[in-house]
Design a protein around this ligand. Structure first.
Ligand SMILES: Cc1cc2nc3c(=O)[nH]c(=O)nc-3n(C[C@H](O)[C@H](O)[C@H](O)COP(=O)(O)OP(=O)(O)OC[C@H]3O[C@@H](n4cnc5c(N)ncnc54)[C@H](O)[C@@H]3O)c2cc1C
Length: 288
């Protein structure tokens, strides 16, 4: 087993559709919505991309008898964006057709993929209204992208951004990223089509809550969205306050890149992994 798996388990709903569906049911019973992500990215063979597409289709089939919505999140490099754009579009069309009324949101990856991802979203949305798009507040360009997505009535998920980007294209300080997040978030809440505010940052959440109350934004006109296993107390608080809360629920065997991004987001996570590793290496487990 990979040394990071004990840590990964906190952030993923297992490795197969059955474990993921159990988590989705639990979330639904507790009052949460979910967006399911089959882990995988930077796919460089057609076989892998087709296998990923088929896994989404299988998940939708297993899920079909259930009568509550399940959004999907998908990375375009997992559907073959780096192999061939037409091939990627074909895979997405198959997936979108199978998805019925469930929203399929395109995750936003590193900046090399920003433009092609948005182009694909804008191209597919007129035929498949269920397509949504994630955007990253740390990129300078996102203001203009959000305007274009609002103009096209595309549902947007706003997050800070999880990749390392160059200062020539992205804000670097938390202060600047937060300012831009709020600028974009306020606009989306006022003018967007069912936007999702995706953060666990308490400062941002309290500013958003004040704005929502000041501007009388109806709770049913937007979502809060948080990651599986992160800030569960905040997820519950928002739910109790009467907001719609969606949990981004990843599962699958290709959990390593996702887990590393989560690991780097918080220093306590690195301490957790180091402690685990130390105990394992030196035989210091409490249970033997
Ligand atoms: C629903 C959702 C979808 C996302 N989709 C994308 C996407 O498509 N593309 C993209 O680039 N990024 C995506 N992200 C990741 C995002 O860009 C950030 O990297 C991530 O959310 C951390 O930023 P934050 O706003 O929560 O603020 P932070 O300042 O990083 O975190 C605020 C607080 O949240 C808690 N927290 C945050 N992360 C962790 C963690 N890993 N472990 C434990 N506690 C943590 C801590 O208490 C921390 O102090 C998504 C995030 C969410 C919530």
């Amino acid at each position: 087993m990979h040394i990071l798996y004990p840590f990964a388990k906190r952030f993923i709903a297992g490795e197969n559709p059955q474990t993921a569906l159990r988590s989705i049911h639990k979330l639904h019973d507790a009052g949460f919505l979910s967006s399911v992500d089959i882990l995988g990215e930077d796919v460089d063979s057609r076989e892998q991309a087709i296998a990923a597409r088929e896994l989404y289709v299988e998940l939708l089939k297993i899920f079909a008898p259930v009568n509550f919505p399940m959004d999907l999140s998908v990375k375009l490099t997992q559907m073959g964006l780096d192999i061939d754009k037409d091939f990627c579009r074909d895979n997405l069309e198959t997936l979108l057709t199978a998805a019925g009324n469930n929203t399929v949101r395109f995750d936003m990856e590193g900046s090399a993929h920003t433009q092609p991802t948005l182009e694909m979203c804008l191209e597919l949305h007129p035929k498949h209204k269920i397509v949504g798009q994630a955007v990253q507040a740390y990129l300078f360009r996102t203001q203009a992208d959000v305007d274009q997505l609002i103009e096209n009535q595309i549902s947007v998920r706003l997050c800070k951004g999880a990749y390392k980007e160059n200062p020539s294209i992205a804000y670097q300080s938390m202060d600047d990223i937060r300012k831009n997040f709020l600028r974009l978030g306020f606009k989306l809440l006022k003018e967007g089509n069912m936007p999702a505010i995706a953060t666990h940052d308490e400062y941002l959440l309290s500013e958003i809550l004040s704005f929502v109350s000041r501007e009388n934004i109806p709770p049913e006109s937007f979502y809060f969205e948080m990651l599986y296993g992160v800030a569960r107390d905040l997820q519950n608080t928002l739910l109790t306050k009467g907001f719609q809360v969606r949990v981004y629920t990843p599962f699958g065997k290709a959990w390593l890149p996702y887990t590393i991004r989560r690991l780097l987001e918080k220093k306590e996570n690195i301490i957790f992994v180091m402690t685990h590793l130390f105990r394992e290496t030196f035989g210091l487990r409490k249970i033997k």
